[in-house]
Ligand binder design. Structure first.
Ligand SMILES: Nc1ncnc2c1ncn2[C@@H]1O[C@H](COP(=O)(O)OP(=O)(O)OP(=O)(O)O)[C@@H](O)[C@H]1O
Length: 248
């Protein structure tokens, strides 16, 4: 997936200026930067979640596997299956664990019968590292799980519709350190199968989970490169100042 010259306006206010970023298929890309710099705004451009915000306007080009995602012929429901999203606060549907995962494949017609749907649910929960914990209580409510389990359920829900890209907006910020470690481990396991982009406030987390990092500041993407380079040998002074804790 690639973004070129992406700008975002909320009404008159420009929140992002001319951002170019590539999201590689086999890598985790982290978006870092101080609060309000536009990380979440940019992430939301990648599956057109900004369409749901009144007054938000996006310009520039974002391409997913050869398709312009802002083209008028783009089906946004299909796009959001291809580019799934996991939010800061786990947000399972108030339905059973099974239904949380089965819902997407059912509406997208990915299963011909109950057996196939069961298989998708099992496979998705396994990939999200949750199957062993929930296999005997699939009919219980998803909202009764712990926060970390709920977040893995949301990841299973995204996986169930066979996405190409998974976007994660601060997926661990509402979780305790153990649940956070599990999600980070899961991100490692999912890499290679899905392109992943993650917004994080936590620089250590970006360094642990990503291979590419984009540093945002005041609506600009200041520097993009290999995570190791960004953290050990940044080209830009603003990146250096941020990673050494001079602001943010
Ligand atoms: N729905 C909105 N309406 C108007 N302005 C918004 C909206 N969402 C974000 N903004 C503004 O756009 C700018 C970028 O916000 P954004 O949430 O993308 O930053 P961020 O880097 O993700 O910050 P944080 O880490 O605090 O979530 C900020 O100035 C913010 O106030």
């Amino acid at each position: 997936m690639s973004a070129r010259a992406v700008s975002v306006f909320y009404g008159e206010k420009q929140a992002l200026k001319d951002v170019d970023v590539d999201i590689h298929d086999d890598k985790v890309t982290a978006f870092i930067g101080p609060s309000g710099c536009g990380k979440s705004t940019f992430l939301r451009c990648l599956n057109r979640m900004n369409d749901t915000i009144a007054g938000a306007r996006v310009t520039g080009n974002i391409d997913l596997d050869g398709d312009d995602i802002y083209a008028s012929k783009m089906d946004v429901v299909q796009l959001r299956a291809r580019v799934g999203m996991v939010f800061q606060k786990p947000n399972p549907f108030p339905k059973s664990i099974y239904e949380n995962v089965a819902y997407g494949p059912r509406i997208h017609g990915l299963a011909d019968n109950k057996g196939q749907l069961d298989e998708i649910v099992e496979k998705s929960l396994k990939r999200a590292g949750l199957w062993e914990e929930v296999k005997d209580r699939l009919q219980e409510s998803g909202t009764a799980l712990s926060g970390g389990q709920q977040q893995r359920l949301c990841i299973a829900r995204a996986i169930a519709v066979d996405p190409e890209v998974i976007l994660m907006d601060e997926p661990c910020s509402a979780l305790d350190p153990i649940a956070t470690a599990k999600i980070e481990e899961l991100i490692h396991e999912l890499r290679g199968r899905y392109a992943i982009a993650i917004v994080t406030h936590n620089m250590q987390q970006a360094a642990r989970v990503s291979q590419r990092t984009a540093f945002f500041h005041l609506g600009e993407m200041v520097e993009y490169g290999k995570t190791t380079d960004i953290f050990t040998n940044p080209r830009e002074q603003r990146t250096q100042d941020y990673i050494t804790g001079r602001y943010g």
